[in-house]
Design a protein around this ligand. Structure first.
Ligand code: IPD
Ligand code: CA
Ligand code: CA
Ligand code: CA
Length: 268
């Protein structure tokens, strides 16, 4: 993808994400229509759907030859990442959106022939946009995000994961994860994979682990984390597949080997 095309795409994507965010903010106190999807805790609202529809309509009207992968079904069914593909999560952190009216994000990535070119993660209520173009730096609003700390030690790290890792589960022995949590300085869970990846990129947490995420949860975050020099793989250290679900380890490269060793030790 040449620079002129990418710069235009980036400006359009940014303008649409900010506009979608403003629409959500304007309606944040309105009564919600809440439905459940795969289980009673898997929520979706009218705002998730409206936001995805808004973004898909903008993209289709301007870039009719582009493809879209979106969580709420307004996109395309893809079996390949050839061409230009937008990967959209209209609201990442829907449970936070419903319960807290904050701590959720719009996540939009643009991939070209399988390579992540643009990543945008918009913390709507904080009005903070994490954004990156490949090889041109990653930013939070106007501020350039620094490279990952070189002097980081696992014992001084903050690791972000949800409680499923610490309960009996099918992925990894919880006792090994208890050891990991006792080794690090602290743990966090924010409830929005996109924001959690943005925080890894920002260096305010040092690692984020998840057992299973969809492409729309991670696509923009992967672009932004990679751009600062952080690493993102599966929990087994393998490359990600943007057409399917993946487990995730995103982290400062300094602690990657040690975290992968813990997981390997407890892997089922
Ligand atoms: C969810 C959030 C959450 C993660 C879930 C995702 P959604 O996305 O990112 O943090 O733990 O696995 O499904 O459904 O709010 O877009
Ligand atoms: Ca969802
Ligand atoms: Ca999501
Ligand atoms: Ca979502």
């Amino acid at each position: 993808m040449d620079k002129i095309n990418r710069d235009k795409l980036y400006l359009d994507a940014k303008a649409w994400v900010l506009e979608a965010g403003e629409q959500i903010r304007n309606k944040i106190n309105e009564p919600r229509v809440i439905e459940t999807k795969s289980n009673p805790d898997d929520l979706v609202t009218e705002m998730d759907k409206q936001t995805e529809k808004f973004l898909v309509e903008k993209i289709k009207a301007t870039y009719s030859d582009h493809y879209i992968i979106g969580e709420e079904g307004y996109g395309d069914e893809l079996t390949s990442l050839q061409g230009t593909v937008w990967i959209i999560d209209p609201i990442d952190g829907t449970m936070n959106f419903v319960h807290q009216q904050k701590n959720f994000a719009i996540s939009v990535a643009v991939f070209h022939d399988g390579i992540g070119e643009i990543g945008l993660i918009y913390d709507v209520m904080a009005d903070e946009l994490y954004h990156a173009k490949r090889s041109e730096g990653a930013f939070k609003n106007e501020e350039l995000l620094p490279e990952p700390r070189q002097d980081l030690k696992l014992e001084e790290s903050i690791v972000d994961m949800n409680h499923y890792f610490l309960c009996p589960n099918r992925i990894v022995d919880e006792k090994i994860m208890h050891q990991m949590i006792r080794t690090v300085r602290g743990s966090r869970t924010y409830g929005s994979a996109a924001l959690e990846l943005a925080y890894v990129a920002e260096g305010i947490i040092d690692a984020y682990l998840s057992m299973r995420l969809a492409p729309w949860d991670i696509a923009a975050g992967v672009v932004i984390v990679n751009e600062v020099g952080g690493n993102v793989t599966t929990l087994d250290g393998d490359e990600l597949n943007m057409l399917g679900n993946n487990s995730i380890l995103a982290c400062n490269p300094k602690i990657q080997e040690q975290l992968l060793a813990f997981i390997k030790n407890g892997r089922k």
